[in-house]
Unconditional design. Sequence first.
Lengths: 308, 442
Amino acid sequence: MLEINNLQKSFQRKIALDDISLSVGKGEIYGLLGPNGAGKTTLIRIINQIIEADSGTIRFNGQLMTQAHLAQIGYLPEERGLYKNMQVEEQLIFLAQLRGLTKKEAQRNVRHWLTKFGIEDWRSKRIESLSKGMAQKVQFIAALVHDPQLLVLDEPLSGFDPVNVELILTEMKELKANGKTIILSTHNMRSVDEICDRASLIHEAKKLAEDTVWNLREQHNQGEYLVRFKGNMIGFVNALWTDFELLGHEEIGENRFLAKLKMRGASQMNDLIHALVGKVELELIEKKLPSMQEVFIDIIRGKEEAHA
Amino acid sequence: MRNFWLLTKREWSERVWNRTFLWMLFIGPIICLLMLAFLFKAGDEGKKSINVLIVDPANLMDNRVMAQAEHEVHYYFIDDYVEIEEFRDGSRYQKFDAMVEINEKILINKKAFVFYRTNPSVDVKMQLKFQMERRIEELVVESFTNLSLEHFRRIKQPLIMDFRNVFDPKNESNDLESWVGFVFGALIFLFIGIYGMTILRSTAKEKSNRIVEVLLSAVKPRQLMMGKMTGIALAALFQILIWSLFIGLGLWIFRQTIFPDMLNPANWQGVQLAADVQSQVIATQEGLSSNPVLDLVYARIDYVWMSIHFVIFFIAAYYFYGAFFSMIGAMTGTESDGQQFVMPILLLLVFAILSGYMYIQYPDSTFAGWISYLPFTAPMVVMIQLAQGVPIESYYLIWIHLFIILLSAMLMLQIAGRLYKNGILQFGHRLRLTQIWRMFKS
């Protein structure tokens, strides 16, 4: 759906994007990760044709991207902004019309989304009379009211309470199920773990990693396992051979423990099960993959250590 | 183009469907009409009683004006020459408010100059004129005809009396038509100032509430800038149109109800002219009344001609100056920054208005030549020229002025578009000249 090739952008002497290439497939939720100032917003603005790249190309559905493609893109910027003295419905219709919808289509879509989000009563309210969270919802609707093929969402969950975070995450999953493509820039790693198919990590204007979320977590796997069992802790420790290192444990109930282990050598999960069966009553054995948060920190630290 | 009109429409709606704007649509014309009514009244005021020195070296008048002189005008006679400067500055003449020069040719050309210190009221002027005229008639009949006075009066022509300021005896600066143009020009710059600030504030507001990023993901920066400017221009033109209609209606009501006596020579106080003379007075008067403000408003302004040019030059000048306001709004990081950087533009507007005054005072100076071609000041000069009357063979010069302003506006919009694009997404900074240069280069 979107192919970005060798993007380069500088602001005076500061390099904002350095040879960034990535591709986002149709129907995919793509996570754009990176610390503050990494260049994510610059990349997003270039995708939305708000600013121009110094060099490099962007292709949308195989075509070199132009202003005309913007009608197929929905954008939620990190810094939210709406006309404060306009009414909710009036504002959404205006923004939908700017994206190419006729007035009738815009009215129909706006009603649909206001109803879907359960906020049809707000249609005549001025934005200035809404709470921050309410305005965020309106802004979210503004990004998808024109039924875009690609959604670019910059920190879509910030400012929402947990209930609304769930609502937005569910909506994103539904959009994906309907074949929409989403580029998600966020610091909320739980959402990346939960909904992203693939992700890339940008740091200091460069892309450091790009893969499926599962592969990224797998690549940074430390060989750790979680074991929950009933029985005697001494018996459990005695059952472990030198192939397993006990990293820690906690008692979570009467004679019930949760232990964290690390494999040594070429040991596999089957070896662990074999060693423990009959010694303790096993309830759960889980390969502990790092969260995207840990992957993120791991990559950034690795990069900084390499610099040092 | 569709998005341009959407932006224009939104901006227009925001300006027009605003309670303050709607109130001002009515309050503005009312204030203007009250001011005009005040000026009409003020224009009719002056000294109610004056001492007039009749300078009559040939003693044509025989030291009398008419049998029963009105008490508002006291006449004194001197059968010697008195220079204007002598009358103006000489201590023995200070008690006289006006001096009437009677020369030997008065019986032929029927023209006398009245040099006044302060402009007399309409009543007094009319009395003076009437009484002098009566006396001259007696002399004319006596010297040149065998007619009876009554018979002569039936066939006579009215006397033309040219009232002139003793400090400006050649009447160079009292050109009412020029001031009509000045008022139209000043209105152009007044509206540009008001609506230019609206452009600046609206741009700065879109920046500060961050809606600009959403908009720029759908439209080009130049489109956004032009849409905003055009929407605000339409609101300005709408206000001008409504104000013009209300003020026009108000002036018509004034004419019909409040000031009919001031506009009808038959009702001019203190003078009971014969009916035939009245019609002659109306035919020979330069204006409709002796009240200069009434003259200006009801007789000297060709509203259609001036209004068409007002709108054309307002639009051209608005885009020229609006480009400055737009780029300042887009480049500034804070509103206070914007206020500082807008000062030079506001000073330019003041300069443009002052240049109109200078043009009226010194129309043949090199300065006047320059300001008529500078896009900053040309609209003012053009409005004055149009009010003074442009001969048809020189009318092309007006279009040359317009072409220069339009060309300058297009150039400024190009520059503004570039700065707008580079400045609109920069937030929270202190604007410096070096930064403006960088925005221009990048």
